[in-house]
Design a protein around this ligand. Structure first.
Ligand SMILES: Cc1cc2nc3c(=O)[nH]c(=O)nc-3n(C[C@H](O)[C@H](O)[C@H](O)COP(=O)(O)O)c2cc1C
Length: 347
């Protein structure tokens, strides 16, 4: 018997009458309130050390919590105890915003997927900065693992003012970030994905250039020529790496019982995304000649999926949907099974 899949998950999936967002908030709050002895017990069970240096940052292991799980950084002591080697908080925006109307989060259980159109619900960059300030700067004792900060565009800000909007968040948060993730790939903010265009991403990267590594998170729905163009700009502007990928607009891979979710607006994640994310990671790695370190994310549901993403060229991996369906055992299995990657000094 597996405690998470046989006991904890069914109970969590029943919370709030089966409402996925209710279960998410409930769990986050519980994790945020765990007392020190509980954290220590989790740490003994799940923490796994296999340090690696990527884009100048030391990671205790290769497995991170993906953006969107803990947008406001409320449970930052829990994630390392659950085995994660880094945490990406956010996406936050310069202005606090409520996100899209509910319901906006749907489990595709038979497919081991999620459809979401959260729309960057978050407390804003200033609130996150305040929270991170309590922990101190990168490297301080209350930060046992690196914290990446994911930035997005406020919904009310017109696309043509996007750079200023990202910059406002960046100014508040850069001194607390081990790395910055520029999220230009959420399908849930109108027009956001157009910021992946050559000129837009160039302007953004130029504005955010500084001592903190900046990574660009891309969509799995981009064509290879579009990715190639984006990579050129990333290399030219000194981006530290690529995060591949965000959720997909495709509905391929949904099991028959989940087909009704195909018509829900939003991005699909989890098992239906596994193969496409790997393709994108492989393309980014090959096309950039290994010069841009990659954080691989999308459909990692097993240690084997993670190893295959690392083999495709990722240096680090992140979990979201796999963690929801498989729990902390997956984090440990991935951290333990993540094979040291072959050559490439950049990695
Ligand atoms: C409910 C939900 C909210 C998300 N929010 C964000 C977000 O705020 N920023 C972001 O960059 N990615 C966000 N993502 C995308 C994930 O970080 C990840 O890239 C994607 O889900 C693919 O990984 P997975 O298959 O392991 O879930 C979100 C995903 C889900 C399911």
């Amino acid at each position: 018997m597996n405690f998470f899949t046989d006991v904890a998950r069914p109970a969590l999936f029943r919370l709030g009458g089966g409402d996925a967002e209710h279960a998410h908030e409930w769990t986050l709050n519980r994790l945020a309130q765990l007392p020190a002895p509980a954290l220590a017990a989790l740490r003994r069970r799940y923490a796994f050390s296999a340090p690696v240096d990527v884009f100048g940052v030391r990671f205790p292991n290769r497995v991170g919590l993906a953006a969107g799980v803990d947008k406001n950084g409320v449970a930052l002591q829990a994630w390392p105890a659950l085995g994660f080697g880094f945490v990406e908080v956010g996406t936050v925006t310069a202005k606090p915003q409520p996100g899209n109307d509910k319901p906006r989060l749907f489990r595709a259980k038979d497919s081991e997927g999620i459809v979401n159109r959260m729309g960057f619900n978050n407390a804003g960059a200033a609130a996150l900065a305040e929270r991170l300030a309590e922990l101190g700067p990168p490297g301080s004792a209350k930060r046992p693992v690196p914290i990446g900060v994911s930035l997005g565009k406020s919904k009310v800000t017109p696309l043509e003012d996007a750079v200023e909007d990202y910059l406002a968040s960046y100014r508040l948060l850069q001194s607390y970030a081990d790395y910055i993730a520029v999220n230009v790939s959420s399908p849930n903010t109108p027009g956001l994905r157009t910021l992946q265009d050559k000129d837009s991403i160039g302007a953004l990267l130029q504005a955010l250039a500084g001592p903190v590594p900046v990574l660009v998170k891309i969509a799995p729905d981009l064509t290879e020529p579009a990715i190639a163009e984006l990579l050129e700009v990333c290399l030219a502007h000194g981006a530290a790496g690529i995060i591949a990928t965000n959720t997909t607009l495709s509905r391929d891979g949904l099991a028959p019982a989940d087909r009704h979710l195909a018509s829900e607006a939003g991005g699909l994640s989890g098992a239906p995304l596994t193969a496409r994310s790997r393709q994108v990671v492989r393309f980014v790695h090959t096309e950039s000649g290994g010069r841009l370190p990659i954080i691989g994310v999308g459909g990692i549901m097993s240690a084997d999926d993670a190893s295959r993403l690392l083999d495709a060229g990722a240096s680090l991996v992140q979990l979201y949907t796999g963690f929801i369906y498989r729990g902390p055992d997956l984090v440990k299995a991935v951290a333990r099974g993540a094979r040291p990657v072959r050559t490439a000094a950049a990695r």
